[in-house]
Every structure is written in structure tokens, then in C-alpha cells.
Design a binder for this molecule. Structure first.
Ligand code: CAA
Length: 324
């Protein structure tokens, strides 16, 4: 253990000198934008975990049994927060079948991992995702599409119990917009543009665009976006109730992680049951929804976290939630 601590200390010093120091000099040469910081962020986050055997965190790629090709998983970007980055930058993160399968598998693994309480999904500064992969769909027949059953991965993603925050920038179009809406909250950079442009391709949204967008922004704007393909700005999306926050481009990912970290401090059981109850509001009548909420509320009184949360309040100290 002592050797490990010592080794980790020297490794940290080495990486700090090698990578952080040049970054401090960077502003002298180039404007320090998110693009310049992002690789460093990715590197430090992923390498930190690989080099922390004492943290009790398993390498998720081991759980997955493979190294994903089109996503990058950063574990513990904040305490109990994992970050999945969509990574097909040349294609503006177009969502091909493999990327969606990798995303499904990663979310399933993170959902089952006790060291994760909230998940951030992002793309890059230019695109969260520009939609389903048009090139992969272009020559398909209706029967091909039926057999490929691409939306079964989306159905699986929908079952993720832990909260998911989308951190968006640039294009969030078609399936990209639908994926962001499948997440529980959206933190957008001021350069984000949301749209459902499928109508321009002679098709229509197929992964929830007509339903989730309408519920989020109302009939008038949803109808306009779906029937004309017009993109809306982050500011318009905020006003319409589609997203939670708009921030400068260099901050969007950090803000998404901060929001996830704030949730991750809470009781994971309470968060899970509360998320489930909020989502129920979209599927049911008010009466049934209230009934569902009440059952989840009572259930939480079986948790140690409820006792800890209330005891900590009485003792005027911060609670320590264990997810039990
Ligand atoms: N599928 C496949 N490839 C895509 C793509 C997509 N959805 N979006 C962009 N790309 C590719 C482009 O073909 C291009 O590749 P090449 O360099 O090999 O030509 C590369 O990404 C860069 O794109 P552009 O050169 O077009 O970049 P731009 O900055 O000029 O334009 C854009 C950006 C306005 C987003 C434009 O790329 C665009 O309109 N993309 C398509 C958006 C769209 O229609 N999305 C809906 C898809 S259908 C869907 O999502 C169905 C569903 O509901 C599930």
C-alpha cells in the first residue's frame, strides 16, 4: 500500500510536469479555448483512474470486454461521475449502429457500477451529434430497417436508472437531438444548435423527436421544427424549456460535470426513485403518477440514506450517503 502511494505520488508529479506546465504557458501562444483544454481534460481523467488501484474503481473497458471504437469513457471525472464522449469527430458524431451499441453497453455497465452515481454524455465543441448516420441508412428498404431494428438500442438506453446529463455544443440534430432529449438534463454551450432536420431528407424523426420535443417545447415550436427542419439556438432552446442551462463554450462540459457532481452527492437510491417518478409523469395520468410517487416516497424510508440524511440535518452536518 505504502509503495503504491509513493508510486502514485511520483506518477502525479511526472504527469503534472509533462502536461500541465506546457498548458500553463499556452495562453502566451494561443487563445486558451475549450478545444485546447479538452485533450488535457480527457487525458488526466482517464489516466488518473487507470493509475488509482486503491480507489476501488474497475476499468470499465474490462467490464465491457472490449475497447469501444466510437466512444471514450472517462471514469471519475468528479466523485461518482462518469463521462462518455461520442467520438466520430470527422462525421460530426453521426450515430451509426456501432456507436449506439457501444453507448448502450457503456451505459449498462456504468448503471451497474457502484462507483458511478451520475453520467455525462458529450460530443465535442463542433457537434454533440449530427443525427443518425445517413450514409448507413441511405440504401435501406423498409424491411431492412425493420430487421435492423436500430431503435432497440435506444429502448435499452432509456432504461438507464442513473441520471444522465447531456453536455452539448455545436450541432445537435436529428437523432443527436433525440439522444440529448433521452438524457435527463441538457447543459448547452452558447454555440449549440438544436434541430430535427429529417424532413429535409424526405423522412421524419424516428427516435422520439415528435414526442419528446413536443412535450418539452409545446406543439407550436415542435411542429415548426419538425415540419421545416429549422434549427434553434441554445438561447431559444432555453426559453422553450428544452434545456437546463446555456454557458460559454469553454465551460459547457465542466458545467455538465458540475451538475452531475451535485446530483452524485445525493443519495443514489433517492435519485434513482425520484428520476423514475419524474419520468412517470410522461407516461401516465396525474392520479396514477401521484400514486407511483407516493410508493417511491414510502420506499425510501427503508433506506439507510433516509436515516442518514435526516440525522445529518438534525446534527447540523453534511450527510454521507452510501446508497444503502
Ligand atoms: N450522417 C452521416 N454523415 C454525416 C452526418 C450524418 N447525419 N452529418 C454529417 N455527416 C458527415 C458529412 O457527410 C461529412 O462527411 P464527408 O467529409 O465524408 O463528406 C462530415 O460529416 C462533415 O459534414 P459537413 O461537411 O456536411 O459539415 P458542415 O459543417 O458543412 O454541415 C451539417 C454540418 C449542417 C450538420 C450537415 O453535415 C448536415 O446537414 N448533416 C445532416 C444532419 C441531418 O440531416 N441529421 C438527421 C439525420 S436522420 C436521423 O437522425 C433520423 C432519426 O430520427 C434517428
Amino acid at each position: 500500500m505504502a509503495t503504491n502511494v509513493k508510486r502514485n505520488f511520483y506518477i502525479k508529479i511526472f504527469y503534472t510536469v509533462m502536461f500541465v506546465s506546457p498548458c500553463l504557458l499556452l495562453p502566451a501562444f494561443v487563445p486558451l479555448k475549450a478545444g485546447a483544454l479538452f485533450p488535457l481534460y480527457c487525458f488526466t481523467m482517464s489516466s488518473r483512474i487507470r493509475r488509482s488501484p486503491d480507489a476501488g474503481i474497475c476499468d470499465i473497458s474490462v467490464t465491457l470486454g472490449m475497447q469501444p471504437q466510437f466512444i471514450i469513457i472517462h471514469q471519475q471525472v468528479a466523485p461518482y461521475v462518469a463521462h462518455i464522449q461520442l467520438n466520430r469527430p470527422k462525421e460530426l458524431n453521426a450515430l451509426n449502429l456501432q456507436l449506439m451499441s457501444e453507448l448502450r453497453d457503456a451505459l449498462k455497465a456504468l448503471d451497474a457500477d457502484d462507483t458511478v452515481r451520475a453520467i455525462v454524455i458529450s460530443g465535442n465543441e463542433k457537434a454533440f451529434a449530427a443525427g443518425a448516420d445517413i450514409k448507413q441508412m441511405a440504401d435501406k428498404t423498409a424491411i431492412d430497417m425493420l430487421n435492423i431494428d436500430q431503435f432497440s438500442t435506444w429502448d435499452a438506453i432509456k432504461k438507464t436508472k442513473k441520471p444522465i446529463i447531456a453536455g452539448t455544443s455545436g450541432f445537435v440534430l436529428g437523432g443527436g437531438c433525440e439522444l440529448a432529449m433521452l438524457c435527463d438534463m441538457i447543459v448547452a454551450s452558447e454555440t449549440t444548435r438544436f434541430g430535427q432536420p429529417e424532413i429535409k431528407l424526405g423522412i421524419m424523426p424516428g427516435a422520439g423527436g415528435t414526442q419528446r420535443l413536443t412535450r418539452a417545447v409545446g406543439k407550436a415550436l415542435a411542429m415548426e421544427m419538425v415540419l421545416t427542419g429549422r434549427m434553434i439556438s441554445a438561447t431559444e432552446a432555453l426559453q422553450a424549456g428544452l434545456i437546463n442551462k446555456v454557458v460559454p463554450v469553454e465551460l459547457y462540459l465542466q458545467e455538465a460535470v458540475n451538475l452531475a457532481a451535485e446530483i452524485a452527492e445525493k443519495s443514489p437510491i433517492a435519485v434513482k426513485l425520484a428520476k423514475e417518478a419524474v419520468l412517470k409523469a410522461f407516461d401516465t395520468t396525474l392520479e396514477e403518477g401521484l400514486h407511483f410517487e407516493r410508493k417511491n416516497f414510502y420506499l425510501l424510508f427503508a433506506s439507510q440514506d433516509q436515516q442518514e440524511g435526516m440525522q445529518a440535518f438534525i446534527e447540523k452536518r453534511p450527510p454521507v450517503f452510501k446508497g444503502k
